[in-house]
Design a protein around this ligand. Structure first.
Ligand code: TXA
Ligand code: MG
Length: 347
């Protein structure tokens, strides 16, 4: 494939071009409010197969389908009129457009490739204006995983996408950095309690308040002995994801603890990178460390927004160890913790 076309979301003719490429079966990376997605026509098995090829993604990992509007659910899912459908309606009404993916019974229009042969399809209506305009122009449901090489850190700007996929996809639509910075919450509303398979900006508490239904956060995928991914209820949210090449060490959530953790790592030729919140200081250590700014500790949203970019920056340095404070649980910090704990897991 020739080098990847770089399109600018501010130019209407570039938006049209992106839509045309998608309608003719090509791959376009585009911004959503969470991370950049690698889009293809979700109704075309051939187009969807290209996503797996470009990302080098195993075929057992199902894709999320993006819709312009909740009213289009019938194009991808068979929702019978039931208490379950009523629950889904509440979720869509409250959280869409937005960073929530809902697992629904699939319809036959969706190729097996999208769902990895499962009976459910993950659906979301993204809140980013560029994503919405692209969905409107194509009039297609778009299958889109995060636009990174499989297992790598998700991309939050067009540059990240090109770093992973230049020459492997038709185009990237540059719409600037993403607002949330962490992938959508994935929830199965068919179970009671509802089950969150991946934490995101829509929290368990928000889901419970909206529906009055209890919510359980699934942690089974984190067990290395959990068995083959195909057998897991949500295969892709598990073990080796979000892993930068350097080893990640997490410290307790205080400046003093971070300093101690850094001091323990330096020396002996180890090149230490530190993710340092802008409102924290490391003060002096005798040995040189690579300090990467990472949001502000007083703003969990900024930590979520900047996490993946900070990980990619430190990864592009010579650091062999990354030291990072682990935020306290609660709100969007649960999702930040989830990604960091996965990134820190031994391989
Ligand atoms: O924020 C996001 O969700 C981004 C943007 C582009 O929308 N997309 C994204 O997709 O993160 P991806 O493919 O990187 O992660 C989606 C994960 C899959 O790895 C899979 O585990 C889970 O969602 N998933 C998708 N469909 C599923 C299904 N039918 N059953 C169980 N899990 C599913
Ligand atoms: Mg992904």
């Amino acid at each position: 494939m020739p080098s990847t076309l770089r399109l600018n979301a501010n130019r209407p003719e570039d938006m049209q071009r992106a839509a045309e490429i998608l309608k003719s079966g090509g791959l376009v990376a585009f911004p959503t409010e969470t991370v950049y997605g690698l889009g293809a026509n979700a109704l075309s098995a051939e187009a969807v197969r290209r996503i797996f090829e470009a990302k080098q993604r195993p075929s057992w990992d199902p894709l999320i389908v993006h819709l312009h509007d909740a009213a289009e659910i019938g194009r991808v899912s068979q929702l019978e009129d039931s208490a379950f459908a009523a629950r889904v309606k509440v979720l869509g009404h409250r959280f869409w457009p937005g960073p929530l993916t809902v697992l629904l019974p699939r319809s036959n229009s969706i190729p097996d490739e999208v769902t990895a042969g499962r009976a459910t399809v993950g659906v979301r209506v993204p809140g980013n204006a560029v994503a919405r305009e692209l969905l409107r122009l194509t009039r297609l449901p778009l299958a889109a995983p995060s636009a990174n090489r499989f297992g790598h850190v998700s991309p939050t700007c067009a540059e990240h996408v090109l770093n992973d996929l230049d020459g492997r996809i038709d185009a990237v639509l540059d719409g600037g950095p993403t607002a949330v910075g962490i992938e959508s919450t994935v929830v199965d509303p068919a179970q009671t309690p509802m089950v969150i398979y991946r934490s995101g900006a829509v929290t368990a508490e928000m889901l419970r308040t909206a529906t009055g239904v209890k919510v359980h956060v699934f942690t089974g995928n984190t067990n290395n002995d959990a068995g083959p991914p195909e057998s897991l209820p949500s295969p892709g949210v598990g073990i080796r994801h979000y892993a930068p090449d350097a080893r990640v060490i997490l410290s307790e959530p205080s400046e003093a603890a971070l300093r101690r953790a850094v001091a323990e790592q330096v020396g002996g030729g180890t090149r230490v990178g530190v993710l340092l919140p802008g409102d924290w200081s490391l003060e002096c250590t005798d040995e040189p460390v690579l300090v990467e700014p990472w949001g502000r500790w007083s703003s969990p949203e900024s930590l979520a927004r900047e996490l993946f970019a900070a990980l990619r920056r430190v990864e592009s340095t010579a650091a062999t160890v990354i030291v990072c404070p682990l935020p306290e649980p609660g709100g969007v910090s649960d999702a930040v913790r989830d990604r960091l704990l996965k990134a820190a897991r031994p391989r």
